[in-house]
Design a protein around this ligand. Structure first.
Ligand code: 8YV
Length: 331
């Protein structure tokens, strides 16, 4: 008798090659209209599936996990960050959680560099002048930004993305500084000519550009608190392609408004998809560059993420530990 195919619920539309493969391998329930699922729909999906494939837009909390059906044994997140999932609660229920590491490292590091340049060199403001038909011609003192060559970049979180950013930053002539829970291997430090700061506070006071590249965990919530943001040089800028929750957004807005920090490039926000109107106003005024969570948004990246999801599900279904298992101790 043919084995029953596992029911895999995918909460959002994925690239069509990924969906085709999911359909070939599993009893895949796809979301053709791509509307984010309500909490109730998520609950129904978790009650009736063997595998759930959520994304950053699905909040899989302890209550949903507690109410999951007995068949649900794997949550294969389409994404690297797993802060949308209560991993310890899943583990207690015997549900394995996986993510999609590595495949979005370069894309996210590229976008981080793009934000650094956009803020320092006023890219969006300049481009808007043209699209609004407001350009009156070149002038020696108009639309001046800041040179990034020779400046100090402070990377908060020297994991895969932090290191990929550091490699790019070196090519732009930036001096790389970093803070991380653990100092990285000396060989990596040497290759990146990176300076380690055990104290985040001390690093923040000495760099010109701060980039947030650590995961969002209970320990990193508001890591860039009001107190820490105040340590930054008034001429410094901050970019965030990690998670909005790592920066105290309200405090950042106040400092930007008061001119206590020169600019910000934000791809992520504390309460996505809502963006505080004050931030939008600061963007209009040219102080900040805002992007709608596009760090990993490449065709190639999204297909690779889908492939990771499939490898994780297939390995699990075949009775092995999926390669990208996330343990509560990693959070
Ligand atoms: C993804 C991300 O777009 O993978 C991550 O952690 O932040 C994003 O780049 C998103 O998570 C997809 O679920």
């Amino acid at each position: 008798m043919a084995k029953k195919r596992p029911v895999v619920v995918v909460t959002r539309r994925l690239p069509s090659v990924v969906e085709t493969r999911l359909r070939e391998l599993f009893e895949a329930k796809l979301n053709a209209d791509d509307q984010p699922m309500t909490r109730e729909q998520l609950g129904e999906a978790m009650a009736s599936s063997d595998v759930l494939v959520p994304t950053v837009t699905d909040e899989i909390d302890a209550d949903l996990i507690a109410a999951a059906g007995p068949a649900l044994k794997l949550i294969a997140n389409f994404g690297n960050g797993v802060d949308n999932i209560d991993v310890p609660a899943a583990s207690t229920r015997g549900i394995i959680v996986t993510n999609t590491p590595r495949v979005l490292t370069d894309d996210t590091a590229d976008m981080t560099m793009a934000l650094v340049l956009a803020v320092a060199r006023r890219l969006v403001e300049g481009a808007r002048t043209l699209s609004d038909g407001d350009w009156n011609g070149w002038s020696p003192t108009w639309m001046l930004g800041h040179r990034i060559t020779g400046k100090r970049l402070g990377i908060v979180g020297m994991g895969r993305i932090g290191q990929a950013l550091a490699r790019r930053a070196r090519a732009f002539g930036l001096a790389v500084h970093y803070h991380n829970r653990r100092r990285v291997d000396p060989r990596i430090e040497d290759a990146l000519e990176a300076t380690y700061w055990e104290s985040l506070d001390q690093m923040l006071a000495r760099v010109d550009i701060v980039s947030v590249n650590c995961p969002h965990t209970p320990a990193t919530f508001h890591l860039l608190s009001a107190r820490r943001l105040k340590l930054m040089k008034p001429g410094a800028i901050i970019v965030n392609t990690a998670r909005g929750e790592i920066i105290d957004e309200t405090a950042l807005i106040k400092m930007l408004e008061a001119g206590e920090i020169a600019g910000a490039g934000l791809d992520v926000f504390e309460h996505e998809p809502s963006v505080p109107p004050k931030l939008a106003r600061l963007a209009k005024a040219g102080k900040v560059t805002l992007l709608p969570h596009m760090g990993s948004a490449t065709n190639e990246g999204r297909i690779d993420m889908g492939e990771r999801v499939i490898v994780n599900i297939k390995t699990f279904i075949d009775g092995h530990t999926p390669p990208d298992r996330v343990l509560p101790s990693m959070i």
